[in-house]
Every structure is written in C-alpha cells, then in structure tokens.
Ligand binder design. Structure first.
Ligand code: ADP
Ligand code: ADP
Length: 232
C-alpha cells in the first residue's frame, strides 16, 4: 500500500514560485487500482517524479508499506525505491539487449543470482504473455509488446507499488485495450497497489477502482470511480 500525505513541490521559475504540487494526499491499498487524472500542467509529471524520489518533494511524505521514502537516505533510499515499479509511456528498453535481458536488468542491478533471475524472468514473461519472445530484441516487437516488456521489468524486483505514467498514450486503441486488460489482471497480485497517472478519462473508467482528479497541483475530487464520474 502507498500513502501520500500533504505532498508539496514548489519550483522557482525566475522569481516566481510555482506550486506544482500543493498538499496532495492519497492512499492506494494493495490489490486495488487508483487513477490520477489531470490536464496538461496539473502536476502529473511532478507527482511521478516525487513519488519515485527522482525529484525531492518540498514537503510531505510518501510511505510504502509504512516506510517513508522522503526520510530515507542513500542506501536506504535505493532499497526503498525498489518498492515502486515504474512503467513509462514508452517502455525505454535497451535495444542491444534481448527481451529476457531487459526484464532481468533490475535483478542484475541488485546482484540476484542467475538461477533466481532466470526463473523470475520466465515467470514474468509468462505473466505478460510473451513466453516465446525472451530471445527477441526490442526492435522486433510491436509497441504494445514493448510495453508488456516494460511492465514485466517493473515487476522484476517484486515491488509493492506499480506506478504507470501515461501507459497507453503512445498506443493505438486496440493495443491500448490489450495493455489495460493486462494492467487490470495485475489486481490478482493481491499485495500490489497500482497507480495509473493519465490525462485520458477512458483509461481511468475502464480499469480503476478509485480516482483522484488533479488540478493546479491539488486533488479537487477523489473517491470511488462511479462516485467521482457522477460528480464530474
Ligand atoms: P531551475 O528553475 O532551478 O533552473 P530546472 O532546471 O528544473 O530548475 O528548470 C529550468 C527552467 O525550465 C525552470 O525555471 C522552468 O521555467 C523551466 N521548466 C523546466 N521544466 C519545466 C516544466 N515541466 N514545465 C514548465 N517549465 C519547466
Ligand atoms: P503535467 O505533467 O500534469 O503536465 P507538470 O508536473 O509537468 O504537469 O507541471 C506542473 C506545473 O509545474 C506547471 O506549472 C509547470 O510549469 C511546473 N513545473 C514542472 N516542472 C518544473 C520545473 N522543473 N521547473 C519549474 N517549473 C516546473
């Protein structure tokens, strides 16, 4: 589960202070999918960067299963960050590595042993429907398949939170549906909290249990999907 409390990020643009995030709080329990929807400029990218600590929030906390990422330093932070798997708009794969080697990459970083890595990669390729693609290279796959690889890679270190940043914005409608079905199927991973950040309402409507509406760095609506959709 991920708990975000009063997250604020202030940027300086010249002499002007911009509150890209202004007191954002939310909780995503394990086993559920939460959507964050907002227009351009709402603060979505800033939220992604602050949740993953690629950028330090000005104030507030991000807790994953009770561990506060904003309080962690160096080694502890590196370990804590692995609790979040990040899936980008484009899968950002290494073109010179096979699909299996791409999925194995996070495990290589943490020095996992070969047998464990191979078993995990096989399991994950099965999960995302790419059992036979392990020895292929990214350039040989469609955009949708590459996105599946990105999801498998994000799951390699058994994160507690999977964070999707505009996961389908670069995909055609049919591929979008396939990827959304895959994201939805992750709900069976009962220990995983899924957060989907998007500007596309149809994405939220199709797969999310709950949703927050981000505007000007603030959450202006939040709740169960049907309740929020009815209020809009
Ligand atoms: P700094 O303001 O300390 O130089 P950055 O290097 O992050 O910080 O950004 C440089 C400038 O580029 C900022 O002042 C801002 O005007 C602009 N900028 C960077 N990223 C964005 C963004 N996502 N949206 C709007 N402006 C941005
Ligand atoms: P979104 O991803 O929803 O389009 P952003 O998080 O990129 O929104 O931007 C939210 C606000 O913060 C905007 O006003 C943007 O100009 C500002 N901003 C984002 N990053 C920076 C930055 N590095 N420096 C200055 N301003 C930024």
């Amino acid at each position: 589960m991920i708990t975000v409390s009063d997250l604020t990020k202030v940027y300086l643009q010249g002499k002007r202070q911009v509150r890209a995030l202004d007191g954002v709080s939310l909780t995503v329990p394990a086993g559920s999918i939460h959507g964050i929807i907002g227009h351009s400029g709402a603060g979505k990218s800033t939220l992604v960067r602050c949740l993953t600590m690629l950028d330090r929030p000005t104030s507030g906390t991000v807790e994953i299963n009770g561990v506060d990422l904003t309080a962690a330093r160096s080694d502890a932070l590196r370990t804590a960050r692995r609790r979040i798997g990040l899936v980008f708009q484009q899968a950002n794969l290494f073109d010179s590595r096979t699909i299996a080697a791409n999925v194995a990459y996070p495990l290589e970083i943490i020095g996992a042993d070969k047998a464990r890595t191979k078993a995990k990669v096989d399991e994950l390729l099965g999960l995302v429907g790419l059992t036979d693609a392990g020895q292929a290279y990214p350039s040989q796959l469609s955009g949708g398949m590459r996105q599946r690889v990105g999801i498998a890679r994000a799951l390699a270190t058994d994160p507690d939170v999977l964070l999707f940043d505009e996961p389908t914005s670069a995909l055609d409608p049919r591929t979008t549906d396939e990827i959304l079905d895959l994201i939805q199927s992750l709900r069976t991973h009962a220990e995983l909290a899924v957060l989907v950040i998007t500007h596309e309402m149809h994405v939220v409507k199709r797969i999310c249990d709950s949703v927050s509406l981000l505007e000007g760095g603030r959450i202006v609506e939040s709740g169960a999907l049907t309740d929020v959709v009815n209020r809009l």
